[in-house]
Design a protein around this ligand. Structure first.
Ligand code: FCB
Length: 445
C-alpha cells in the first residue's frame, strides 16, 4: 500500500504541527426537518443547478451518525477536526437561539474535546438562511449585522469549547460563484452583485472578528480564504497584464482589504455602476487583526489577454493532469502561493484549511485503492513542506474531506473523501488515502 512520507526533520513531522480533516454542515448533515431552509435547499430545488439533481436532505446523515463519525475521526489519529455550523439550525426566524440546534453542536464539541481533538469551527460555510436571502441576502448590508448577531449568540453559547473560529469559508465562492456568475446558491448574476456581496461578506467578517475577540479571546480567530493562483499563457506583456488582473480580481480582492484596507487597483478600472457601495469606516472594520489565516488550495489556472471587449482577462481550460472534477494537479502553485502571500502581506500563522482531490473511487472487497489521491496528498504536503523550508509559518494542514459528501453543484458525483461513503447504506470505509494519512500522523515524533 502506498505511503505518505515527509523528511523526518521536517517541521511537519513534529507533534506541534496540526493535522486535521474538514467537512461542512450542508455537505454532510442532512437532518433538514430540524432546521430552517437555507439558500442551498432552494438552489437544489431549481432545475438544472445540481449535476445529479440531488440535494442535502440526507447527505451523509451526519445529523444522526455524528458519534460514529467522531469515532472515525479519532481512529485516523488527527489533532483537529474542522466543521461548520449551520446558521439556520442554530438561529430561528426571530433571530433567537434555537437551543436544540445549539445542543446538536455542543454535544459534538464536547465529544471532540473529550478525545483531545481540537474543534476548528467555521461559522459560515455557505448555508445562508433562506429568509435572510429573501430580504436581499449578501446584497443587503443588514445581513452583515445579522451575521454579527449570530456570531455573538453562538460564540457565547459555545463558551470555551472551541479551539479556533473561522468567520467565513471562502468569500470568493459565496460572492463570485453565488452572486456574480450564479453557479452556486443563490444563483444571482452580475458584476455589481458579486462585488457588493463580497464587500458585505468582508464587512461581516470584520464585525464577526470583533465579536469573537470579545466573546472568545482564547480561541484562535481568523478567516478561511481560497486561492486559485494565476499563471500566464505566455510571457507577452498582454498575457502578463491579464494574469495580474485575474489575480487581483479572483484572489487579492478578498485578502487585500483585510491587510491593506483597500481593494486591488483593478477596482479603479471597473465602471462606476459595477463598483460596490462602500461606506466610510468599512475598511477599518474589515481589517481586524487575525490570530491566523486559513488557506484553501486545490488548483491553479492560466490566463491570456482578453478576447472580449470589457473583459480584463481570458481564462483557459484547466491543463492536465486533472482530478475527477477537472482541476489541474499542480502542487508547485501551493508553494508559490504561500511564499508570495507571505512576502506581500504581514500574515499571521497559516493553516492550510483545505486541500484534497476528487477521484472516481470504487470500492472492491471492502477496500478503496485511491492511489491517485495518495499521490495528490504526497505532492501537496511536499509543497507545504517546501514553503516552510523557505520561511513561511504554516502550523497545520487539513485534508478535504473526512468523507465523501455533497459536492455543491456536482451533487454526489464527485468524491473528495479519505473515507468512502456508500450513500445507500451510509456505511463509511476508510480509503487507502485515509490509511496513508493515518500512518503519516502516527509516525510523527
Ligand atoms: C471548496 C469548499 C468545500 C469543498 C471543496 C472541494 O471550495 O470549501 O466545501 O466543496 O471546495
Amino acid at each position: 500500500m502506498s505511503k505518505i512520507t515527509l523528511p523526518p526533520t521536517s517541521t511537519m513531522m513534529s507533534k506541534s504541527f496540526v493535522y486535521g480533516v474538514a467537512t461542512a454542515s450542508f455537505q454532510i448533515e442532512g437532518g433538514i426537518e430540524d432546521r430552517l431552509p437555507c439558500i442551498w435547499d432552494t438552489f437544489c430545488q431549481t432545475a438544472g443547478k445540481i449535476a445529479d439533481g440531488s440535494n442535502g436532505e440526507v447527505a451523509c446523515d451526519h445529523y444522526n451518525k455524528w458519534f460514529e463519525d467522531i469515532e472515525l475521526i479519532e481512529s485516523i489519529g488527527v489533532d483537529a477536526y474542522r466543521l461548520s455550523i449551520s446558521w439556520p439550525r442554530v438561529i430561528d426566524k426571530e433571530g433567537q437561539l434555537n437551543q436544540a440546534g445549539v445542543d446538536f453542536y455542543i454535544q459534538i464539541l464536547d465529544e471532540l474535546n473529550r478525545r483531545n481533538i481540537k474543534p476548528f469551527v467555521t461559522l459560515y460555510h455557505w448555508d445562508l438562511p433562506q429568509h435572510i436571502e429573501d430580504t436581499g441576502g449578501w446584497l443587503n448590508r443588514k445581513t452583515a449585522y445579522l451575521y454579527a448577531d449570530y456570531a455573538d449568540k453562538i460564540s457565547k453559547a459555545f463558551g470555551d469549547r472551541v479551539y479556533s473560529y473561522a468567520t467565513f469559508n471562502e468569500p470568493f465562492c459565496s460572492a463570485f460563484l453565488g452572486y456574480e456568475i450564479g453557479v452556486h446558491a443563490p444563483g444571482k448574476t452580475g458584476r455589481q452583485n458579486g462585488r457588493q456581496a463580497a464587500h458585505h461578506i468582508l464587512l461581516a467578517h470584520g464585525l464577526g472578528m470583533q465579536v469573537l475577540q470579545k466573546n472568545s479571546p482564547d480561541s484562535k480567530n481568523g478567516i478561511v480564504l481560497n486561492f486559485t493562483p494565476c499563471y500566464p499563457k505566455s510571457n507577452s506583456d498582454a498575457d502578463l497584464q491579464a494574469t495580474d488582473y485575474a489575480d487581483q480580481y479572483i484572489n487579492q480582492w478578498y485578502i487585500k482589504p483585510i491587510f491593506d484596507k483597500a481593494y486591488p487597483k483593478i477596482f479603479d478600472l471597473l465602471p462606476e455602476n459595477e463598483k460596490p457601495v462602500i461606506e466610510a469606516g468599512d475598511f477599518d472594520i474589515i481589517a481586524q487583526p487575525l490570530d491566523y489565516i486559513g488557506i484553501n488550495y486545490y488548483t491553479r489556472l492560466t490566463y491570456s489577454a482578453p478576447q472580449v471587449e470589457g473583459e480584463f482577462y481570458h481564462e483557459h481550460e484547466h491543463l492536465y493532469p486533472r482530478t475527477d472534477i477537472g482541476w489541474e494537479i499542480y502542487p508547485q502553485a501551493l508553494t508559490d502561493l504561500l511564499t508570495s502571500l507571505a512576502k506581500r502581506y504581514p500574515l499571521p500563522p497559516i493553516y492550510i484549511t483545505e486541500n484534497g482531490a476528487a477521484i472516481a473511487d470504487t470500492i472492491e472487497n471492502g477496500e478503496v485503492v485511491d492511489t491517485d489521491r495518495i499521490n495528490y496528498y504526497q505532492s501537496h504536503l511536499n509543497a507545504v513542506d517546501s514553503a516552510i523550508e523557505q520561511g513561511v509559518n504554516v502550523q497545520g494542514y487539513f485534508a478535504w474531506s473526512l468523507m465523501d459528501n455533497f459536492e455543491w453543484a456536482e451533487g454526489y458525483l464527485k468524491r473528495f473523501g479519505i473515507t468512502y461513503v456508500d450513500y445507500q447504506s451510509q456505511e463509511r470505509t476508510l480509503k487507502h488515502s485515509g490509511i496513508a494519512y493515518q500512518q503519516l500522523i502516527k509516525s510523527r515524533s
